[in-house]
Design a protein around this ligand. Structure first.
Ligand code: KIV
Ligand code: ZN
Length: 497
């Protein structure tokens, strides 16, 4: 297939969403999908429909919600999976089935207890079956990164003959070196009969920090589709970052391959995904990290003031960072908030905007300036509306030389329950009080407080993981009072048990 550009396949809503604690509901997924459409991605992998009714429903709703991008559904090389995927894609204007099987010897032996020939047969059968329903079938050779090239070429040749239009070469474990991954793609270009009938796709994981480098090596050796996620979210160390690949191709005109990405939507999209998934972006993350454009050394600042190109290879405006965003305060009106939220990719009904505006005023009373992150937290604030257990009242006493104590009132399905307890700090005391009301086996496994660096009046965001009956539950809380945010995060976990 002769392509003169790079196709962006976004898997934020499938591979990205597999991160524990980052699951989105269908409404949130539609919001992300629409944002991706505006960003200009070519393919949205919307889910793995057989895996759960929620995933199935999300593929259905995303198919209805977007127009231009191809909507893709993942399956194993199993007919039942393909049937369910076909059903979930019934409203998609452009549809793709992504089917595949493990091809490395490790997968063949331990996952399938099978042999190489049988795996080729199963792959071919699945592709042929999927082609009965859709014209666009992508095949993935799971663990291709550790699959011997000669055998991989045989698999790929067979699935192209069976009708695959895209062939995905995942480095599932993030093991490959860029040179090795690039050589693998080159090997397929040179040794697979009929390779010109399909588009080669990269799908790299970041376990050794090489996902973007491997993806670029793939492109330089003939791949024309890249599978990526916003902010590089994904299981373990994540997937290749969409924004990194898009900006590399924009900066490196020497590569002479464009994408369809409207790069000015990159930053709003990054904020939206981070906020909805409750997944902070590391400060020094390339392109979208808080410090990506912050020059602190005097020499750099001096140079950038004289001429931006002395130390910056990207104009922040190119990724949608306007630098002169409006400062929102208690005097800002509905229109300013609506405009800022839209710039961040969030559209609200008038009714929702009214209720957000009340919360905005309360927050603006507590802190002078409201930033984008605060707004996004407010926009997601009604996530607790349907909670069975709610925090009704909290009082803590703590300080130097004082034994921390807390009293808590919980509203459980409309009934009030009260308890008080001591602890080794205010959060510990409050959680102990909470545990005397909710008598379940619970162990706090992770506790992160974020975003209190911009001032003592800032909103603190708390991410928690609580273990209950062998399973981990993720919770989130946000408040200018860090103890309240912590208790809210704990209660958010309990509500998910
Ligand atoms: O990493 C991987 O191999 C995958 C496939 C299912 C495409 O995500
Ligand atoms: Zn993957």
């Amino acid at each position: 297939m002769k392509d003169d550009r790079i196709y962006i396949f976004d898997t934020t809503l499938r591979d990205g969403e597999q991160v524990p604690g980052c699951q989105l509901n269908t409404v949130e997924k539609i919001q992300v999908a629409k944002g991706l459409e505006e960003l200009g991605v070519d393919v949205i992998e919307a889910g793995f429909p057989i895996s759960s009714p929620g995933d199935f429903n999300s593929v259905v709703e995303i198919s209805k919600a977007v127009t231009w991008p191809t909507v893709c559904a993942l399956t194993r090389a199993v007919e039942k999976d393909i049937d369910v995927a076909v059903e979930s894609l019934r409203y998609a204007k452009h549809k793709r089935i992504h089917t595949g099987i493990g091809t490395s010897d490790t997968h063949i032996k331990y996952k399938f207890n099978s042999n190489r020939e049988e795996i080729i047969e199963r792959a071919v059968k699945a592709v042929k079956y999927a082609r009965r329903f859709v014209d666009d079938v992508e095949f993935y050779a799971e663990d291709a990164g550790r699959t011997e090239n000669e055998y991989l070429a045989r698999v790929i040749e067979a699935v192209i003959k069976a009708g695959a239009t895209v062939v995905n070469i995942p480095d599932t474990t993030g093991y490959c070196l860029p040179e090795e991954y690039g050589a693998k793609i080159r090997y397929l270009v040179e040794h697979v009969d009929g390779i010109d009938k399909a588009r080669i796709s990269t799908h790299c994981h970041n376990d050794l920090g090489m996902a973007t480098a491997n993806t670029m090596a793939g492109i330089l050796n003939g791949a024309r589709q890249v599978e990526v996620t916003v902010n590089g979210v994904g299981e373990r160390a994540g997937n290749t970052s969409l924004e990194e690949v898009a900006m590399i191709l924009k900066c490196h005109k020497d590569i002479a391959l464009d994408t369809n990405i409207n790069t000015t939507r990159i930053y709003p999209m990054s904020r939206m995904v981070s906020s909805l998934m409750n997944m902070p972006v590391q400060a020094n993350k390339a392109i979208v990290g808080r410090n990506a454009f912050a020059h602190s050394s005097g020499i750099h600042q001096d140079g950038v003031i004289k001429n931006m190109t002395t130390y910056e290879i990207i104009d922040p405006k190119d990724i949608g960072l306007d630098g002169n965003s409006i400062v929102l305060t208690a005097r800002s009106g509905h229109a300013a908030i609506k405009t800022r939220l839209e710039a961040l990719g969030v559209e609200l009904t008038d009714e929702k905007l009214d209720s957000l505006y009340n919360d905005f005023l309360k927050l603006a009373d507590k802190k002078k300036e409201i930033n984008d992150d605060d707004l996004l937290v407010l926009a997601g604030a009604d996530r607790t509306a349907n909670h069975h257990i709610k925090l009704d009242y909290l009082q803590v006493t703590a300080g130097l030389g004082v034994r921390p104590v807390a009293s808590v009132i919980l509203d459980i399905a409309g009934e009030k329950f009260e308890a008080a307890s001591a602890g080794n700090g205010p959060v510990d005391a409050a959680i102990n009080a909470l545990k005397t009301i909710v008598k379940r086996q619970m162990v706090l496994k992770e506790f992160t407080i974020q975003n209190i660096t911009r001032g003592s009046n800032d909103v603190g965001k708390v991410h928690m993981q609580v273990e209950h009956e062998g399973k981990l539950y993720y919770g989130f809380g946000a408040n200018t009072d860090i103890v309240t945010a912590s208790v809210e995060a704990y209660i958010d976990c309990i509500n998910k048990f």
